[in-house]
Design a protein around this ligand. Structure first.
Ligand code: AMP
Length: 285
């Protein structure tokens, strides 16, 4: 596995393997099996896998979250040596946000920029787009692999790639879970003992809704999940059903075929998100 820290280093290196199809997995490190599944998908579908690790300050709306974000580079390198990563790119902040470099053009995200994650994490997607656009410019991958766990991030980046006419396919990858159903996340290692026991609450709520989706009204399912959280120590931030194609919140089933439920909740000071398809599928456009 090659290990590079600079844009020029990566460009020079990739120029030597021009004929290869590059699969790219951007991460913020503290790697786990969720990341590994993306890397394995890339290794299966492309013939050169690039992983980046960069804790991107511009996407953190909460400075305390940025400060507490786990940084485990030595362990991550060992992890990657045991996966199918060909090149690890670990830039520092100055390398990504070079002075004088033009910011990414404004992207019209429409309601994606106002609801759910965008509402509760102001500025978050702007930061995500800034970093991913820069990374794509450096790596120029054929395929970009993103987890469905961060569903809105996937839709935002798909929109950005379309609007900037970037010639990269964006591929959604399934959510990898702990044994109890909790979606794997770098932040999980910060969940306190008191919350761990009940940390499957998001997953259980989603599964219940999926199991009863055909027979129940949306209002009823929403109230059910709200009541589950009211009788727990977890703080529900949002729980909604979305049209998976338009990302609009839906209150009645009507004619929508592809429906996905999304949830965000706090386990003390750790924020967790998850989602699950209720009917139909998640289209990748
Ligand atoms: P992060 O390091 O949290 O920025 O995540 C890097 C990539 O891994 C993103 O595309 C995430 O959606 C994806 N990812 C994170 N957790 C999971 C998971 N549990 N299952 C699948 N993909 C994941």
């Amino acid at each position: 596995m090659h290990f590079l820290r600079t844009e020029q280093g990566v460009k020079d290196h990739l120029a030597k393997i021009k004929e290869k199809k590059i699969g790219f997995v951007p991460t913020m490190g503290a790697l786990h099996e969720g990341h590994r599944s993306l890397i394995e998908m890339a290794a299966n579908q492309d013939n050169y896998t690039v992983v980046s690790i960069f804790v991107n300050p511009t996407q953190f709306n909460d400075p305390a979250d940025l400060e507490k974000y786990p940084r485990t580079l030595a362990a991550d390198i060992e992890f990657l040596k045991n996966s199918h990563c060909d090149l690890l790119f670990c830039p520092d902040e100055n390398e990504i946000y070079k002075t004088g470099e033009a910011p990414v053009p404004e992207i019209n995200l429409g309601h994606l920029d106002r609801t759910l994650e965008a509402e509760f994490r102001p500025g978050h997607f702007k930061g995500v787009m800034q970093v991913v656009a820069r990374l794509l410019k450096i790596v120029k991958p054929h395929d970009l692999y993103m987890g469905q766990k961060d569903l809105q991030q996937f839709v935002v980046l798909r929109t950005m790639i379309e609007q900037l006419h970037i010639s990269t396919n964006i591929i959604p990858c399934p959510i990898i879970r702990e044994e109890n159903g909790l979606a794997k996340s770098s932040r999980n290692r910060r969940i306190g003992e008191a919350f761990l026991r009940n940390s499957d609450i998001l997953y259980r709520s989603l599964v219940h809704c999926r199991d009863y989706f055909q027979k129940s009204e949306i209002d009823y399912l929403r109230s059910y999940v709200q009541s589950v959280f009211r009788s727990s120590d977890f703080q529900l931030e949002y729980f909604e059903f979305l049209d998976a194609d338009t990302f609009e919140v839906i209150n009645r089933k009507g004619k929508v075929n592809n429906i996905i439920a999304v949830i965000a909740a706090w386990a003390g000071d750790v924020r967790l998100i998850d989602n699950m398809i209720m009917s139909g599928e998640l289209s990748s456009h």
